[in-house]
Design a binder for this molecule. Structure first.
Ligand code: XLS
Ligand code: NI
Ligand code: NI
Length: 437
């Protein structure tokens, strides 16, 4: 079989002292963190869209990326060849998972019948390659935003035919995800949102979105797909307001529409930034609602302010992420998917390796640091102690639901003034974290 990355060997763990740019310095799949191997803790995934369909275009410039195996066409032979290149890349990297949108892997035809025919052919090849390499599908999703028919949205379009088309597309994407043993199925809002409320019936659009998710869930049940459904928050882009704005908005939507326990969240770093949150906030918010399903790992550029989808290289960021992920013992059946792309100036195939190796090592370092912090219990102890007034007395009565406003009034009238506050020690804690970095 032709080698698409001929000069690149299988990437191995060589340890922190290695100077080899094509080796892991921290990601050792067999090393255990809090009892789990790194392989199982992270469940790293390569995304098909950026890594195999990205061309390096931006709003001002055309394609720059050299991908010698890809003739740039939308033909089936090209799509099939791309599968070989993708699996060679993922195998050499040693990532256990990958994921796709239907249209990343399979060309859009001129009718939906042709879409399905193409997809079946591609799915057959994907399945063969999965079996041959042991690489698994973390999740599938449908591209409900690129084709012009989705200009007004998919599930939230004003055009019922387009809703039906989107449903047909997701039906097929679910079936292929199931056929390939996918562990999850993702809904990112795509164009589900609005640019202007003058022309928008928000109530109807949100109802349609909920209907769509229930229909998807019904179909999953009908075909026996038991993977987790994941809703991916993003506040804007391409629309001015996306209905899946942030974790809190998504959870409100899920709760209000009877989707609790059916749909969890796929949290993406740069989407958190765009929503004006930290990634740690979004993760913790999802976790405390028992809805942290998976993550899209990347980072934005604070000076650019759009979804730049860069590879994560910031150890503070991954330490914070891992502090939350370790609280729930990882993400399985979700994982850490690199929804990230190389810069258009990094146009050689080898750059794809540098990017993913860096991302995986940055997560591995973050995990080691977070585990050390947790082992010493320094943060947990501090937080526990900070809330100790709720462990007994009036605090305990309040937490257990036994205290009324009148009880609180009596307590304070008797006492005269509240107990003095204690310092929050933010700077002390920030310094403490630095000692572990
Ligand atoms: C776009 C989203 C997208 C989803 C999958 O910003 O991150 O890539 O992850 O549809
Ligand atoms: Ni994403
Ligand atoms: Ni994104």
């Amino acid at each position: 079989m032709a080698e698409f990355f001929p000069k690149i060997p299988k990437i191995e763990y060589e340890g922190p002292k290695s100077k080899n740019p094509l080796a892991y310095k921290h990601y050792d799949p067999n090393q255990k963190i809090e009892g789990q191997t790194m392989r199982d803790l992270f469940r790293f995934s390569v995304c098909y869209w950026h890594t195999f369909r990205g061309t390096g275009t931006d709003p001002f410039g055309s394609a720059t990326l050299q991908r010698p195996w890809d003739d740039g066409s939308n033909s089936m032979p090209n799509a099939l060849k791309r599968v070989d290149a993708a699996f060679e890349f993922i195998s050499k990297l040693g990532a256990p998972f990958y994921c796709w949108h239907d249209r990343d892997v399979s060309p859009e035809g001129s009718t939906h019948k042709e879409n399905n025919k193409n997809f079946d052919k591609i799915a057959k090849k994907l399945k063969e390659k999965q079996e041959e390499t042991g690489i698994k599908l973390l999740w599938g999703t449908a591209n409900l935003f690129s084709h012009p028919r989705y200009m007004h949205g998919a599930a939230t379009t004003c055009n019922a035919d387009v809703f039906a088309y989107a449903a047909a597309q997701v039906k097929k994407a679910l079936e292929v995800t199931h056929e390939l043993g996918g562990a999850n199925y993702v809904f990112w809002g795509g164009r589900e949102g609005y640019h202007n409320l003058y022309n928008t019936d928000m109530n109807r659009e949100l109802d349609h979105l909920a209907r769509f998710m229930h229909m998807a869930h019904d179909h999953a049940k009908a075909i026996g797909f038991t993977g987790t459904f994941l809703f991916e928050p993003k506040p804007k882009e391409p629309t001015k307001h996306q209905y899946d704005f942030d974790a809190a908005a998504c959870l409100n939507f899920i709760g209000r529409n009877g989707l609790d326990g059916i749909v969890k969240l796929n949290i993406e770093t740069n989407h958190a930034t765009l929503a004006g949150h930290t990634m740690m906030h979004e993760l913790e918010y999802a976790r405390i609602h028992n809805a942290l399903g998976s993550i899209d790992a990347n980072t934005g550029d604070l000076l650019l302010g759009w979804d730049t989808d860069q590879f994560p290289t910031d150890i503070y960021l991954t330490t914070q992420i891992m502090l939350v992920l370790l609280r729930q013992k990882g993400l399985s059946p979700g994982g850490v998917n690199f929804d990230a792309k190389v810069r258009r100036e990094s146009f050689e195939p080898v750059d794809l390796f540098h990017a993913h190796i860096g991302g995986m090592d940055t997560f591995a370092r973050g995990a080691k640091i977070a585990a050390a912090i947790r082992k010493d219990g320094v943060l947990d102890e501090f937080v526990k102690n900070r809330y100790r007034s709720f462990d007994s007395g009036i605090g305990q009565k309040i937490e257990s639901g036994k205290a009324t406003f009148a009880d609180c009034e009596k307590y304070i009238l008797d006492k005269g003034e509240a107990a003095p506050n204690e310092s929050g020690r933010q700077e002390y804690l920030e310094n403490l974290i630095n000692q572990y970095i």
